[in-house]
Design a binder for this molecule. Structure first.
Ligand code: NAD
Length: 358
């Protein structure tokens, strides 16, 4: 079979650090396994436009491996050209870069390495909440720039203790964030999700479910977004919803950039409606140099905690999603059943409840 992997270039870092498995150079550690089984393995970072390797090779690829970090966008149109495609494997979590409805129609299976980086992201969420609430980035920049004016930083720095924190999406990551928030003695922990947590899980973290989205956002000092991107979440956090946020709330989105409308978030930050925004996911990746989220600031010149998309791709996570990708391939080649939690789209139907209510 022909297996095509779209990965990001690791350059010198990947030569020096073999645990950077998700790079073009280190090929998810799959080459010897795949070739020993007689398969052809093509690895490339070239993914944009009709002349890209992605578009060239997809026409006779059987299995496509992609990552959310450098997404090969498998649109309906690209899928139309992929006559042999049977299986898409996301090395990581989040398969919104694949048109899942089109995959259902064509009986192309879509699998993820579910759970592989959920702790990595939950830790990033905690860091992002703290760096916004405590006004860390401007404080550090001041130091690098040779300054020392404590009042300029402290005037916009707060404690997380006593704040209301809510997660939009309380699945594997959202729940782990709630667990990690418990020792911070927040005033209240809330969640918004059409799938309710089991009562014991709710009780274990002391979280309360709010079923109306506007009511949910209006109660939170901090909101963390932990839902997949699908028809029901695309552009969900927009100008209208932002008006219902508490004035001066902090927003963290490490789920998918397109859940937020980029310009609306930048405006809300500039006006002070949001005090801070942090995350690592962007509506287009790599993000263009002029993307508003690179330089947006609150009225006091801070509140931007953006990074490139890396929270789920720590070295620890890369080992887990590379191993998980190999297991999915082995199961496929050997006709063994897949881990049910990994199956997003099975043969002609959604197997997950997380990509929207259907
Ligand atoms: P999960 O499937 O365990 O949980 C997702 C939860 O979101 C589910 O409980 C689902 O019901 C809920 N949800 C879906 N639509 C919703 C909506 N409209 N409103 C409220 N809740 C909704 O997934 P997970 O492992 O927790 O991952 C969540 C997402 O995080 C992934 O789909 C991916 O997009 C993103 N992610 C990002 C990174 C990163 O590196 N930044 C890494 C891993 C995952």
């Amino acid at each position: 079979m022909k297996v095509l992997a779209i990965l990001y270039n690791g350059y010198e870092a990947a030569q020096a650090e073999p645990r950077l498995l998700g790079t073009v150079e280190n090929e998810l550690g799959l080459r010897s396994y795949l070739e020993s089984q007689g398969h052809e393995y093509i690895v490339t970072s070239s993914k944009e436009g009709p002349d890209s390797d992605f578009q060239k090779h997809i026409v006779d690829t059987d299995i496509l491996i992609t990552t959310p970090f450098h997404p090969g966008y498998l649109t309906r149109e690209v899928m139309d050209k992929a006559k042999n495609l049977k299986l898409c494997v996301t090395a990581g979590v989040g398969s919104d870069h694949i048109d899942l409805n089109a995959a259902v129609e064509r009986k192309i299976q879509v699998l993820e390495v579910t759970g592989s980086n959920v702790v990595s992201v939950a830790e990033q969420v905690m860091m992002s909440i703290l760096l916004l609430v405590r006004n860390f980035v401007p404080a550090h920049e001041m130091i690098e720039n040779g300054g020392w004016q404590v009042s300029e930083i402290a005037r916009n720095a707060f404690d997380l203790e006593g704040k209301v924190v809510g997660t939009l999406g309380a699945g594997r990551i959202g729940y782990r964030v709630l667990q990690r928030l418990v020792p911070f003695n927040c005033k209240e922990l809330l969640y918004f999700d059409y799938n309710a947590l089991p009562a014991e899980a709710e009780a274990a973290v002391g979280a309360r479910r709010v079923q109306d989205l506007k009511e949910f956002v209006s109660q939170c000092d901090v909101i963390t977004v932990n839902a997949p991107l699908h028809e029901g979440t695309l552009g969900l956090i927009n100008k209208d919803l932002l008006q219902h946020f508490k004035k001066g709330a902090w927003l963290v989105d490490t789920a998918r950039g397109a859940i937020c409308v980029a310009e609306d978030v930048a405006e809300a930050l500039a006006s002070g409606q949001l005090r801070g925004y942090a995350g690592d996911v962007w509506n287009v990746q790599p993000a263009p140099k002029n993307h508003p989220w690179r330089h947006m600031k609150n009225p006091l010149g801070g509140g931007n905690g953006m990074t490139p998309h890396y929270s789920g791709t720590t070295l620890d996570a890369q080992i887990r999603y590379a191993e998980g990708t190999k297991t999915i391939l082995q199961n496929y080649f050997e006709g063994k059943p897949q881990e049910p939690g990994n199956v997003i789209v099975g043969l002609g139907k959604y197997e997950t409840k997380a990509y929207g209510q259907r």
